[in-house]
Design a protein around this ligand. Structure first.
Ligand code: ATP
Ligand code: MG
Length: 365
């Protein structure tokens, strides 16, 4: 690489909390985050995206196209704010890696669908946009997810010891970074999504701050048993999931008439159990678990994880140079860099694809 290059990363995950944007400098010294901005989705857009996640709505094609325009506008708005904050012009940014909003993820049927009108985003921002980053991996027989482990390796990997990285977004995913260079990764199951859903239903507000409400409940052993018997949790990697499985309908199947705060405590315990179980199965020697994503702010959930992983030290990703809400967006900036320089973005050992692939489609500036 001749000189440092700038890439933007735009990410909106399954939590539907909004868009994170980062400006990433990529040089031979590695990636470095220069600026971060977050903008929440307008409530109507979040509601529409949630509705489009479920099957059976009216005139879905029309609504999906309009929602893709609105997602592009939301991305453009936070990208504008980012560029102003960083005092960088559009011409200085080589490309933006833009994830889009997942409304369906069905790799077993050969597709994954992220809503984003990338042409509109390129037109509005004046920046080249690399979008649809998951489809090529799915076309090559992969899960299209997770795509972040290679980036996790680039920023958090160590040659002295194995490291595990946990992203607690709407879903949870683990990256296992072996000291010898091998990298594995897979979805653990629901991260925050069910906690958010149950909190919204019973308490209002987007999420349970610090997990304080969950902390007032008692774990219901029978409910936890029913939830944890889900077949997904015993699938071997590669595996990935989304709201298609872990949504309101799934929760409804299992909840009976437990007290609401006990359900919340049990859902938090479920997330902790899935992560601890996955780590003990796939990287039992791990001594360090770096935590990122919004779940890193859930004190109750982290406490449950610590109790289940007594020999493992939990480290906030900011202690390793990248704050929790910047990691995923930075990964998509990094994937844009991979695309623009002709390098594959996936790891076949992680996604199950037939081979390494160039990920994304380009909308030039
Ligand atoms: N202070 C907090 N206390 C508890 N939970 C929080 C707090 N801040 C954020 N969260 C949780 O983090 C979620 C947002 O996290 P994040 O943006 O990483 O998820 P995401 O957008 O679904 O990303 P992805 O699925 O791609 O990993 C919120 O919905 C909420 O559940
Ligand atoms: Mg988010």
């Amino acid at each position: 690489m001749r000189s440092p290059e700038l890439y933007a990363g735009l990410m909106s995950g399954t939590s539907l909390d909004g868009v994170d944007a980062v400006l990433l400098e990529v040089s031979s010294a590695g990636p470095r985050c220069l600026a971060h901005r977050h903008q929440p989705f307008a409530p109507e857009l979040a509601g529409e995206l949630l509705a489009l996640n479920q099957r059976g709505g009216e005139d879905e094609l029309h609504r999906a196209a309009l929602a893709a325009n609105s997602v592009a506008d939301a991305y453009a708005s936070v990208l504008d704010e980012l560029m102003v904050a960083a005092q960088v012009s559009a011409q200085a940014v080589r490309a933006a890696g833009a994830h889009g909003q997942t409304v369906r993820h069905r790799p077993e049927l050969g597709f994954t669908l992220q809503l984003l009108n990338a042409a509109r985003l390129a037109e509005r921002s004046g920046i080249a946009v690399v979008s649809d980053l998951r489809s090529r991996d799915v076309a090559a027989g992969g899960q299209g997810a997770p795509l972040v482990p290679t980036f996790h390796r680039a920023v958090f990997g160590r040659t002295e010891h194995d490291v595990a990285v946990l992203n607690l977004g709407g879903m949870g995913n683990l990256s296992l970074l072996h000291a010898d260079g091998r990298t594995l990764g897979f979805d653990t199951g629901p991260g925050n999504v069910l906690l958010d859903l149950w909190h919204q239903r019973h308490r209002g507000g987007p999420f349970d701050p610090a997990g304080a409400w969950a902390a007032t409940g008692q774990v219901d052993g029978l409910l936890l048993e029913r939830l944890s018997s889900e077949a997904f949790f015993s699938l071997p990697p590669p595996r990935s999931t989304g709201r298609d499985l872990f949504g309101a309908a799934w929760l409804q199947q299992h909840v009976r008439n437990e007290a609401p705060q006990d359900v919340q405590a049990t859902l938090a315990e479920l997330t902790a159990w899935t992560v601890a179980n996955a780590l003990q199965t796939h990287l039992p020697q791990a001594q360090e678990l770096i935590v990122c994503g919004g779940g890193a702010f859930n004190t109750d959930l982290l406490g449950r994880l610590r109790r289940r992983l007594p020999g493992v030290s939990l480290v906030d990703s900011s202690e390793r140079g990248l704050p929790p809400m910047q990691v995923e967006a930075a990964a998509f900036a990094w994937l844009a860099q991979r695309f623009m320089t002709g390098l594959p973005g996936n790891l076949p050992a992680v996604t199950g694809a037939r081979g390494p692939r160039l990920l994304g489609a380009l909308h030039p500036a």
